[in-house]
Ligand binder design. Structure first.
Ligand code: ADP
Ligand code: MG
Length: 675
């Protein structure tokens, strides 16, 4: 069997069904077999109708008198009928499931599983799931439930599978490291379960397969990266020493180590592919500046890519002066930059050495004469294509070295899988003199009693305040977000409370120039309270800010809260963070973790467990990393898959023989590559 054949080769699937399924991404036999049940209905303990008791029940019977009517009030279509067995009959009701009218063959027996309850003075079975009695494995009583796609309902899918039962035996093995036949057995058990335990075992194998593919893809990427050529950047110890000597502070040991790892990579004739990971405030920028300086000394150009205009200009103002003392010409390129054509000319002629910018750097007409290093700040905010674009800007087929930076720690399990092709440097040490931030959860109603005095204290001490809100404007009545105070109304309320303080707001819908201006005033200390959306989340550095207030804190992921909190505690003064909760619900476990821990790595692990990888890796969110089965927190299975993938790589060209595997992982390769 060739699993890449179309599903139309299966019995009972014609062009129309194939089209419907195709739209849902089920096109090949592989897709067909791997479309696993979303759940299993347990039809085991059927009760005779005469003995029904209110609650969840299973009954076996034939169906009669199916009719449909419309409820005008709620605009529902209501399907009603009678289920009968030897002992009696019961009314059955479904809502908005018109296909039920065509589903049942009279005189055939079906199993129904649903809620038996009293409605309008009469007992009925409400919205039961159903299965043809002869379709259900009687020993296990389990019937798989499939996600419905257009006209293809769960029962239809079960029927197609039933028609193809004998095809399972022909499913070839996928991985060389697994006992022959495991794959077909596992797929069969997943669709035709004989017990929940065997379903568990089947799913574990399929999860392993998935992890194996993911890890192999990352490893192949790494291998391909090693084949690329880059201009080696020679390490110039004296120059670097001079640069470091002029810094206003001593580097931390972690910064030294990271810089050293980067220099070593850059000295190689293969492109560096390194991720600099360091908690908020650990001083990544200076490490990036060191790398940029090194590239400049060797005669190359550097592109620094930041996710927002605010951050780009901040880098420009932070890194620029450090470099200019050594004759480095830096430039800022964002959407708001005036005289773009002139600047682009200076970039393409090589006159500008270091360009700092946003997405504007990625447009096709920005050309470099000798791009040798690309630095991407907060790299998880960029999509794969954008990274690829930058790499293509490198001249003469030489790839630039790549340094990605992130404050969102990658949990180890992700690092072993998706990011397995990256080299990682970690800044696990904060600069000296930092004081830990105190975090407190506070119900909104205590704003005036608890927070206002805190604000007064902060401002009197000459320090500044961030106040983060979820929305820019108040929502219209009836939009259901009544308890969210917007940036604008919060700023208004604070202005009423503190008429003497300088209060301004900031949000993503403002023009870039306006945003820069507000942010500029805030960092010069001319604003006391900055009320803002999360646009300040990433990287903004105002060491004089020491109070962070996050309103509607429940609405954020931990990684994001941690990131926001990291906007304070960046100087030597003691900082505080308040997480405001609305309503009177108990604070969630997630928020409590924020109170307990200031360790970004720990929080990322918790987030991964509670909310999945999408939360951590925004760029991967768009369904790209929808692992069907595997959990990225299953470290044991990950370890096994890693070992086997390494073994498999040793086959070299022998890998090509495994066509299906190699085709399957190209999808993951796209996803995990930095090139
Ligand atoms: P992040 O890793 O969050 O990007 P930054 O690079 O913005 O952190 O650095 C945070 C702050 O710490 C900045 O004000 C920076 O000047 C300062 N800083 C960086 N390294 C050191 C150091 N070794 N000693 C003291 N302060 C430092
Ligand atoms: Mg930063």
């Amino acid at each position: 069997m060739n699993l890449l054949d179309s599903i139309e080769t299966l019995k009972g699937i014609g062009p129309k069904t194939a089209e419907t399924l195709g739209k849902a991404g089920i096109k090949t036999l592989r897709d067909f077999f791997y479309n696993l049940p979303r759940d299993y209905e347990n039809f085991q303990a059927a009760t005779s109708i005469a003995e029904l008791r209110p609650g969840k029940v299973v009954v076996k019977g034939k169906i009669e008198n199916l009719t449909s009517k419309r409820s005008r009030k709620r605009n529902l279509s209501i399907i009603e009928g009678i289920i009968r067995d030897d002992t009696g009959s019961v009314k059955v009701v479904w809502f908005n499931q018109n296909y039920r009218l065509r589903q049942f063959t009279p005189d055939k027996e079906y199993l129904f599983s649903g809620t038996y309850e009293l409605k309008f003075g009469r007992f009925q079975l409400t919205s039961p799931s159903s299965a043809l009695y002869t379709d259900v494995d009687l020993k296990s009583g389990l019937s798989p439930i499939y996600v419905a796609h257009g006209g293809v309902k769960s029962g239809d899918y079960r029927r197609f599978l039933n028609n193809s039962r004998d095809k399972f035996a022909e499913i070839p093995d996928l991985l060389p490291s697994v006992k022959a036949g495991t794959r077909k057995e596992s797929l069969f058990k997943a669709h035709f379960p004989d017990s929940l335990e065997s379903v568990g075992a089947a799913r574990e194998y399929l999860a392993y397969e998935e992890l194996f593919e993911l890890i192999l893809a990352a490893k192949l990427n790494r291998r391909e990266n090693e084949k690329l050529k880059a201009t080696p950047v020679k390490f110039e110890a004296d120059k670097i020493r001079e640069f470091v000597g002029r810094l206003p502070f001593k580097l931390t040991n972690a910064q030294r180590r990271a810089a050293w790892e980067i220099f070593q990579d850059m000295a190689k004739p293969q492109p560096m592919n390194r991720l600099l990971q360091g908690d908020v405030g650990s001083g990544k920028t200076i490490v990036a500046a060191l790398a940029a300086f090194e590239a400049f000394v060797a005669g190359g150009q550097v592109a620094v890519l930041a996710p927002t205009a605010i951050l780009a200009s901040q880098h420009y103002e932070g890194i620029g002066p450090l470099l200019s003392g050594f004759g480095v010409k830096t430039a800022l390129l964002t959407g708001a930059t005036k005289k773009k054509p002139e600047l682009k000319k200076m970039i393409s002629s090589g006159e500008v050495n270091v360009v700092i910018g946003t997405h504007a750097l990625l447009t096709d007409d920005t050309e470099f004469s000798k791009l040798s290093l690309v630095i991407i700040d907060e790299q998880h905010r960029f999509g794969v294509e954008q990274r690829q674009k930058l790499v293509l800007k490198s001249p003469s087929g030489l790839a630039p070295h790549l340094l990605a930076m992130t404050a969102t720690p990658i949990p180890r399990s992700l690092q072993l899988t998706i990011f397995g092709d990256l080299d990682v440097s970690i800044l696990d040490e904060l600069p000296k003199g930092r004081q830990p931030i105190t975090t407190k959860i506070l119900p909104e109603i205590e704003i005036s009693t608890q927070l206002y005095p805190e604000i007064v204290r902060t401002v009197q001490a000459g320090q500044q305040v961030y106040w983060i809100c979820k929305a820019i404007e108040d929502s219209e009545p009836g939009e259901g977000k009544a308890d969210i105070t917007s940036v604008k109304s919060r700023a208004r309320k604070l202005a009423e409370q503190f008429p003497k303080l300088k209060i301004e707001f900031l949000h993503g819908k403002m023009k870039p120039a306006e945003k820069d201006e507000v942010m500029g005033r805030f960092s010069e200390g001319k604003i006391d309270i900055l009320v803002s959306t999360t646009v300040v989340e990433v990287g903004v550095d105002v060491p004089n800010a020491s109070l962070m207030i996050i309103e509607n804190a429940e609405g954020y992921g931990l990684a994001q809260l941690h990131q926001l909190r990291g906007r304070v505690g960046r100087g030597s003064v003691k900082s505080d963070c308040f997480l405001l909760t609305s309503g009177d619900t108990f604070p969630s476990r997630r928020l409590k973790e924020m109170e307990k821990s200031t360790d970004g790595f720990h929080l990322a692990e918790v987030d991964l467990k509670l909310r999945g990888p999408g939360e951590i890796y925004g760029a991967l969110q768009h369904g790209a990393l929808d692992l069907r089965i595997a959990s990225l927190t299953d470290t044991k299975l990950i370890a096994k898959a890693r070992k086997d993938a390494e073994e498999f790589l040793k086959l070299g060209d022998g890998m090509l023989k495994y066509k299906e595997l190699m085709t399957g992982i190209s999808k993951y390769q796209q996803l995990t590559t930095l090139n």
